[in-house]
Design a protein around this ligand. Structure first.
Ligand code: ADP
Ligand code: X2W
Length: 291
């Protein structure tokens, strides 16, 4: 049976009412950014949400592009526990790629689709403060110094409130700062989670290149549709959640424990994934719940 267009629109009404005037944070992963069609699809969804009265905030990653740029500079990317080992030169490369390229491109696309994007990093108004991350523990090995990788200490919501209140869609690069003007490379999911908490977002989305959290990392059919935050430690210990999925789920766990209603990991390769998740009865991806 085909669903009539008016039926689809009417089905969206209760959701539009529920979400009107609320803040939502969308983290978009570098894993899906190389596909321009996917990116345009995501930006169109976000602009549409703004026009129906939701205040979207985008935090973007760019891991694969940073690694490619490092290679061009003759450097080899290295990750420990899903985080990039970041020396001074790598930090410059990350800033160049994140702020100079990806952020500008996203802001541009928002404009192209009729929205008002505004690019920011943690340096702007020093709104995202971090401190150097402690040594990273690795089982059976010496602890690793990740270099200029930051742990978020504080998010000042003022600048984001002003922008969102005026109808802008903030686009945030995960580069943070400290009081001395040192910069830190922060995992984009971690930064996005901290922003969602500070902004008291209604929802948090991490948009990536898999259908959700898989029970068997190699089997797309094994996606877990929902699990409680308390399962996180076990899923990591059992080796089910690995690599880049660790900071992603960790961010979801911290946002739901800090009062954000729902955290979702969804597949950005699926057409209009956000609209489907938000405005229809079709739940997609993995939802992490508080308990
Ligand atoms: N249990 C799991 N379920 C799904 N993906 C997983 C799991 N454990 C590890 N992964 C990996 O995490 C990746 C997503 O993290 P990442 O590559 O950092 O994406 P992004 O750039 O979108 O942040 C997936 O492509 C997959 O390879
Ligand atoms: C400390 C750390 O690992 N920072 C990340 C920041 C970008 C990011 O998180 O990008 P994705 O969302 O595409 O993974 C990095 O350098 O890759």
């Amino acid at each position: 049976m085909t669903v009539k267009r008016e039926q689809v629109l009417i089905e969206a009404l209760p959701y539009i009412r529920e979400f009107y005037d609320s803040i939502m944070v969308f983290k978009i992963g570098g894993s899906i950014m190389s596909d321009t069609a996917v990116l345009e699809d995501f930006i169109q969804d976000v602009v549409l949400l703004r026009y129906i009265g939701i205040h979207p905030i985008i935090v973007h990653g760019g891991g694969p592009e940073i690694s490619q740029a490092m290679e061009k500079f003759g450097k080899k990317a290295e990750f420990v526990g899903g985080l990039r080992v970041t020396d001074r030169e790598t930090l410059s490369i990350a800033r160049m790629v994140l702020l100079g390229h990806i952020n500008a491109e996203l802001v541009n696309l928002i404009g192209k689709h009729g929205g008002k994007g505004i690019g920011l990093s943690g340096q702007d108004g020093m709104f995202l403060k971090a401190k150097k991350k402690a040594l990273q523990m690795v089982e059976g090995k010496e602890p690793v110094d990740l270099g200029f990788v930051g742990d978020v200490e504080k998010v000042d919501p003022e600048i984001l409130m002003i922008m969102a209140g005026k109808g802008y869609i903030p686009v945030i690069s995960p580069i943070a700062t400290d009081d001395q003007g040192n910069n830190f490379n922060v995992n984009a999911d971690t930064a996005a989670g901290a922003v969602a908490i500070a902004m008291r977002a209604k929802k948090f989305f991490s948009i990536t290149d898999v259908e959700g959290v898989r029970m068997n990392p190699d089997d797309p059919a094994s996606v877990i549709s929902e699990f409680p935050a308390s399962d996180f430690g076990r899923l990591v210990a059992e080796g089910i959640i690995k690599g880049g999925m660790i900071p992603k789920v960790e961010a979801c766990v911290s946002v739901v424990r800090s009062g954000v209603e729902k955290a979702h990991i969804i597949d950005g390769r699926k057409h209009h994934a956000i609209l489907l998740e938000l405005l229809t009865t079709e739940g997609i991806g993995t939802m992490i719940s508080r308990s």
